[in-house]
Design a protein around this ligand. Sequence first.
Ligand SMILES: Cc1cc2nc3c(=O)[nH]c(=O)nc-3n(C[C@H](O)[C@H](O)[C@H](O)COP(=O)(O)OP(=O)(O)OC[C@H]3O[C@@H](n4cnc5c(N)ncnc54)[C@H](O)[C@@H]3O)c2cc1C
Length: 398
Amino acid sequence: MMLQMLIIGGGIHGVHLAHCLLQQSPLRHDDIRILDPHDELLHEWWRCVRNCGMQYLRSPSVHHIDINPFSLDKYAALAANRQDANFIPPKSRPSVELFHRHCRMVIDDHRLESLQIRGRALEMLNGNGHVSVVTAKETILARFVLFALGMGEQPLWPPWAARLREQGVLVNHVFDPGFRLKDIQDGGPIAVIGAGISGGQLALHLAKKGFESVLLISKRAIQVSDFDFDPGWLGPKYLGRFHRQSNDQRRQQIMAARAKGSVPRDMKLALDKAAAMNQLTCIADDITDAKCQNGGALLIGRHGQYECQKIVLATGFTENRPGNGFINQAIKEFDLKAAACGFPVIGPSLQWHERIFVTGPLSELQVGPSARNIAGARHSGRRITAAFNKESISRKVI
Ligand SMILES: Cc1cc2nc3c(=O)[nH]c(=O)nc-3n(C[C@H](O)[C@H](O)[C@H](O)COP(=O)(O)OP(=O)(O)OC[C@H]3O[C@@H](n4cnc5c(N)ncnc54)[C@H](O)[C@@H]3O)c2cc1C
């Protein structure tokens, strides 16, 4: 069977794009499949959110996987769903619980689960008028593919932390596949490294559970930013100039624009309150080394040394291009162009090749600093469906 579109990755991006293509392009249910190795769609999203004990999204209520921006607001207004805890300011940030149920509704109502093929793309071959995607079990033929790979599979491990783990100290990364928040037991000081939204949330969660000594260690004093990036990046205010710049300049702007290692105002207040009540200690220091000590560790920073029994890293993801070997192989096979930062050089339709589209981090040099977020998925959805409605592509769709 020849598919029209194989979406590689079943996260927020892959699912939203499948939904957009089904609703807003000539493609029909039998034309599209989503290839993802997990048991269910959105698996990586739930795993990451659950593992840092997140209660509310950082993004506003108009960012979700459905098409109408007000779909989540409408869903929340239904009598069965109405609750004070549904949203918090600013800009109506939805609770994780509400967001979860809304995702479920979209997936169920549009039978998106039935699009999933379980497996991992290992290799891609350039066929005659199609692409062959090879998994461990089968070869899937499609006229187009869409790379929707997130950063979720590449947690960032500082070298000192990797060394400590090898020496037997209990070190986890909050985004490691094997990590489960509920398995963490109290017993001696626990250090959370990184005070972005994941680290902040995790430290608050442990403090709330009554852990005796929680250290939240971040390179600099905790920064406040309500969103991951200035909302001006969602439209022409900043994107107009961005598109006139070189790929190197675009990369620098993306790095500068993303409020990495910051927390929303409400979380900063909660952290300050917990610190004032001695439920946790916030430390601004850059940990550069560590050694094993008394079954735990001594963390060595630029300004001081800190003893702990356990460490949880909330240090985010590596900045490398996602996809590893699979994308490297595709670059060779299809002669794809990458910028100096390694990310795809793509046009406004987010096409890397006449048969390959990208979304998520891989679309960053076009979509800008919002590319990794839900807003980025919505942006890609508009551009890719527009491309599919153009005659040149729809003629290729049989
Ligand atoms: C804790 C946390 C909270 C966040 N909160 C927000 C928020 O409030 N608002 C917001 O806008 N953004 C938020 N984000 C950022 C972003 O929206 C999420 O990270 C989102 O999950 C990204 O979706 P994705 O589809 O790009 O990636 P993922 O969710 O990582 O999905 C990609 C999928 O592709 C699969 N895959 C990878 N390689 C292959 C392959 N070769 N073959 C087949 N499948 C493959 C992966 O296994 C995975 O299932 C948050 C991120 C985190 C980590």
